[in-house]
Design a protein around this ligand. Sequence first.
Ligand code: NAD
Length: 245
Amino acid sequence: MNPVALVTGSSRGIGKATVIEFAKRGYDVVINYVSHEEEALALKKRIEDNYPVQVLAIQADVSKEEEVKNMVEEIIKTFGYIDCLVNNAGIAIDTMFEDKTVENFRRTLDVNLIGTFLVSKYVGKYMLEKKQGTIINISSTNGIDTIYPESLDYDASKAGVISLTKNLALQYAPNIRVNSIAPGWVLTEMNQDLEKEFMEKEEQKILLERFAEPEEIAKVIVFLASSDASYINGEVIRVDGGFHA
Ligand code: NAD
């Protein structure tokens, strides 16, 4: 039987690259999406056409408990277990400080932080029963030290993800490893509205002088999920090309 990986928010960007990397390594994969059904189904077909693995695509908003519960039940009904959970779904609502609203702050926390908690809670239950599994939470260097007032709500949510990772590693010890990855800038649709001038300035702060490709993050995720990372636990790993503020 193939191992099974669930990647939240995986119809595009880092999540999409990650399900492809898992499929390449023989995992059955679950593509979770909230609104991009067409992209999710196209990705499902692309993986099924290229790799001998089973693919599920499930619509669920990770911030909504009932939808998360139903998603996890559907996966368990289909596969019987989940070996790896990647909490990747995330949003950033960047605005000037004076335009920040409570509503947007709450929505950001709901998706990035509460969503990570909810999916971990429901998937963790089955991992605990099987005494096996690994969880990888996608934080950001914004959750550590590359802070920007325009994204202060996002930065707080990603700092929260690091704290949650350490608590989950403790809660789920000793059989389930829980780690976090903190990417720097990655070339995805999340950054599609950045101005060229701003991007060039940011690139100058990166030793590799460029943003990451989504695949460069995905490869670290699948490494952390693998037995090659069997002694890495409760950790946060920066993948930022050598960013110096
Ligand atoms: P993206 O916007 O392309 O992907 C985010 C995905 O999450 C999308 O598919 C979106 O539909 C999904 N999503 C949003 N809200 C959801 C919800 N409520 N339920 C389920 N899915 C939801 O961006 P990305 O760059 O691929 O981001 C992936 C993760 O990496 C995010 O957590 C992001 O914060 C993090 N990250 C990105 C960067 C970067 O520079 N792009 C840097 C550091 C961390």
